[in-house]
Design a protein around this ligand. Sequence first.
Ligand SMILES: NC(=O)c1ccc[n+]([C@@H]2O[C@H](COP(=O)([O-])OP(=O)(O)OC[C@H]3O[C@@H](n4cnc5c(N)ncnc54)[C@H](O)[C@@H]3O)[C@@H](O)[C@H]2O)c1
Length: 350
Amino acid sequence: MIGSHLCDYLLARGHEVICLDNLVTGRLANLTASLAHPRFCFVQHDVILELPPFPRLDHVYHLASPASPPGYTRVPIETLRVNGEGTRRLLELTHRHGARMLYSSTSQTYGDPLEHPQSEEYRGNVSCTGPRSMYDEAKRYGEALTVAYVRHHGVDARVVRIFNTYGPRSDPEDGRLVVNLITQALRRRPMTVYGNGTQTRSLCYVTDLVDGLVRAMDAPGTKGEVINLGSPEEHTVLEFAQMLREMTGSDSELLFTEPAVGDDPHVRCPEIRKARALLGWEPQIGVREGFLRTIDYFRAELGVTPAPAVPHPASDGNRPGEPDPGPSTPRSSAPAPAGRRPAPGRPSPP
Ligand SMILES: NC(=O)c1ccc[n+]([C@@H]2O[C@H](COP(=O)([O-])OP(=O)(O)OC[C@H]3O[C@@H](n4cnc5c(N)ncnc54)[C@H](O)[C@@H]3O)[C@@H](O)[C@H]2O)c1
């Protein structure tokens, strides 16, 4: 998903782009426009395996990895290997070509954080054997490998910790928050909210993220750096669900369930001071604008025609005993920006 937008961006800036993907979670249809471009080449290949020969490379963006909880739960060993062996292969390739590399890590390296918002200095609260460990620990190892190649071989590489990013071209069955909520709303099925929905997320629109990735690759002074990229606008999951239900005009009920995969982080919000200072980067697309574009994409993808806005029933199908969202989170209305709120049951930021 992110990689296909990166291809568009790089082609539009005049680059030649070779995209290598084994399609384990990706979809070739996302590259339809790029495939017609004379400066684009697609190679179906697994980066865990020996790499094919390449012409001289300037930049290597390593985005290959299952990224959604259902994705990495389905292929846990491959997830560990692509961030371990795959990262080593791409670092060696970068070294041989005297190129630059960007390793795409994740906010999941902070685990279920005890510090909020999460700055690059925070070392995280991650389980090395928990249900998400194949992803979280794989990315932590990928980071360690990347900085080892910088220090030991002088490779010009950097690490970007990506926070939740969404947008068109996500797989409708991907299972991540925004995709789930939009596709469920458009299909008029119950919208799944894990727990009581008070956990927070900060959602970045994909073109903003791609702009940040390219800046992190190109900007001077980024060699060996670890940089957070994500939106600092934080909301509860319940607020996102209500906003998306209203924006899709859906009459879906909200269904409160246990998380699909354990160790769901209670809070997630990036500290992006470093990205601002080093890259001059700031997300430009507000959450409503990003949601509108993504809803339009999924309407076309699912063949759903726009529905007239509907009044929502008083009951949202809360589980018995589940707390009512209460007056501070009115049903069916857009949430006010949450700012940096302390996490429920978590230490407040200093
Ligand atoms: N989207 C997010 O919110 C988010 C957040 C944090 C980090 N990231 C990271 O960004 C990158 C891209 O994520 P995305 O959201 O676009 O997910 P995605 O699943 O759409 O993209 C990942 C791509 O990697 C490919 N891939 C996986 N294993 C491979 C292998 N062994 N060889 C070759 N290709 C392989 C997949 O087929 C897929 O096309 C991932 O590394 C992910 O961990 C994404």
